[in-house]
Design a protein around this ligand. Structure first.
Ligand SMILES: Nc1nc2c(c(=O)[nH]1)N[C@H]1C(S)=C(S)[C@@H](COP(=O)(O)O)O[C@H]1N2
Ligand SMILES: [Mo]
Length: 429
């Protein structure tokens, strides 16, 4: 008769042995310190992420990115139309700080990897719940960073809709992170109390000592190896990784000569100085815009209460023209600022007989897709710089930039600057 061994007495295999993990740098202080930096970074990323969601104005409908109804009520305010660079800043932070956070996320995971191999894998129901919550935190973090980077790279390797998946993933991530920080705060505070917040960074390699092994925490090694790197050396390596990612991308947001350095950014191209030579998100051909749709027969339809007023491009050009320097700030993190000329949306609203509309629902000639329409809020219609642009940098819009006419409104996500506009429906409650 064979006896079943009791699990805790079984010698743990391979990486499940505590002595397997030997880095003398691991320990509660190191994890707390990396985690604190990461917390600040992901705090910025989460805040700007939810701001971006607010900027999309899913509550207005027609911004068919996350369904109204299915959306969480996290949009409390109307996205403003000034300062003009508002979305370029919030989304630039979201994308670039997100990249900066990646090396810290990897370092954080490295610092706690012995805990992945806890033995026995499940010792109590409470520990099972803790491990499940960590699994949720780690998988939502990896999901958010992976989908974010893929989207920045225009690599739609996934079948689900990016915006809703990334949004709901973000909600799960923030909730599990808040729980994690709350549960771990005693350990974090003890590590800082015992070792100082920054003191371990003063030690050079010769003075780098392991943190005392803690049989319950399992982060500090029971059999530490000789250090080959100081703790501040580790921070320098991780920080250098972040710096490389930042330099490789931030030029697409800031523009100018830095754009040449943005080697990781698909929209970094420094295009010629021609009036229409700047970044294109989707070309006219890709959007299904045929030349006959935009030729002499083109009419813009202004709709109020089902009544329609139609205008040719010549009639639009005969109206008072306004010029504004405004950025296109794409959700993927790139920005380009140009000088746009066209008719004020407020003038079109007045002409159509709705001088003070609550919203404007814009449709493109583009036959399909979530990017073929947008709803602008009342302030965005009223802003004196909000235009139906006919020209850019003094020249007619090129087909790829939205000829015959496109929306350009200050401070909003690039996706709301609908190209190839067919109809504008001014609505009042
Ligand atoms: N009709 C239509 N308008 C559109 C798009 C589109 O795909 N179709 N792309 C949007 C996105 S995501 C951005 S960032 C801007 C880019 O404008 P650009 O291509 O002129 O730079 O246009 C917006 N307007
Ligand atoms: Mo975009």
């Amino acid at each position: 008769m064979s006896r079943l061994p009791r699990l805790p007495d079984t010698p743990a295999p391979g990486p499940f042995r505590p002595a397997f993990w030997r880095s003398p740098l691991r320990g509660p202080w190191l994890t707390a310190a990396i985690g604190s930096v990461l917390l600040v970074l992901v705090g910025i990323v989460a805040l700007t992420g939810f701001l971006s969601h607010a900027a999309y104005q899913p509550d207005l409908g027609g911004n068919a990115l996350i369904d109204r109804g299915k959306d969480l009520p996290l949009t409390f305010f109307d996205w403003p139309s000034s300062p003009t660079f508002l979305y370029a800043i919030t989304q630039g932070l979201h994308v670039n700080v997100g990249l900066v956070a990646i090396p810290f996320l990897l370092a954080k995971l490295w610092s706690v990897i012995p805990r992945l191999f806890a033995w026995p894998p499940v010792a109590s129901p409470a520990q099972a719940i803790e491990r499940l919550s960590i699994a949720l935190l780690v998988s939502s973090a990896v999901f958010e960073f992976a989908t974010g980077v893929l989207n920045m790279q225009y690599w739609y390797a996934f079948k689900f809709g990016f915006l809703s998946a990334h949004y709901y993933g973000g909600v799960v991530f923030v909730a599990s992170l808040a729980l994690h920080v709350a549960v771990k705060s005693p350990v974090i505070l003890r590590a800082y109390r015992e070792r100082g917040v920054l003191r371990p960074l003063r030690d050079d390699l010769a003075r780098t000592r392991p943190e005392p092994a803690d049989p319950h925490g399992g982060l500090a090694p029971t059999a530490p190896a000789e250090p080959t790197l100081s703790r501040r050396g580790l921070f320098a390596v991780v920080g250098a990784g972040s710096l490389v990612l930042l330099i490789g991308n931030v030029g697409e947001t800031i523009g100018g000569p830095l754009r040449r350095l943005a080697l990781f950014a698909p929209r970094r191209q420094v295009i010629g100085p021609g009036p229409n030579d700047f970044q294109v998100n989707k070309t006219a051909v890709a959007a299904g815009i045929k030349p006959e749709m935009t030729g002499a027969g083109y009419r813009l339809a202004l709709v109020v209460d089902g009544r329609e007023l139609s205008l040719s491009r010549e009639e639009l050009l005969a109206m008072p023209q306004h010029t504004a320097r405004l950025p296109i700030a794409c959700v993927e993190g790139w920005t380009t600022t140009q000088e746009w000329t066209g008719v004020r949306l407020a003038d079109l609203a007045r002409l159509a007989g709705a001088p003070d509309p609550d919203s404007a629902f814009v449709r493109s000639l583009q036959p399909r897709g979530v990017l073929s329409m947008v709803t602008l809020n009342t302030g965005q219609v009223a802003d004196p710089d909000s235009l139906l642009a006919l020209k850019v940098n003094g020249a007619d819009l090129s087909p790829d930039h939205g000829f015959p006419a496109r929306i350009i409104v200050p401070a909003q996500p690039g996706v709301h600057n609908t190209k190839w506009v067919a109809t504008i429906d001014f609505r009042s409650a």
